[in-house]
Design a binder for this molecule. Sequence first.
Ligand SMILES: [Zn+2]
Length: 129
Amino acid sequence: MVDLVNLGIGIAAHKRIGAIRSDMRSQKRNLDESELTAISMRQDIEKLYLLVEALWAIVKTSTNLTDEDLSELVRQIDEQDGRQDGRNSSNAQVLKCDNCGKTLLRGQTRCAYCGSELREDGLFRHNGK
Ligand SMILES: [Zn+2]
């Protein structure tokens, strides 16, 4: 009888260990995907830095603007949301349909809920407001 109980406990423990191993593999996969996403985002940011630097070099050589002018403009844009905190939080606002008010993904031309045509605010989300 004791052997049967021990066998039952052994089988239950074996199943539990299998479930834990499966969970660990799944969590490792999720972690790997997060790491890849982080690496991809870092690469995107580094590419954006290069592009901004190249664009600024073009602007500087073709205008009379200085680094101080650029810094002042960055400061003005930073303050458009009422705070000087190194970012313009109006760029992080959620896009809502003007017609039905549902939250939308950027880049759509029509609302997925009501079909209303979406107006383009301009190159940047804050549109200089
Ligand atoms: Zn809508």
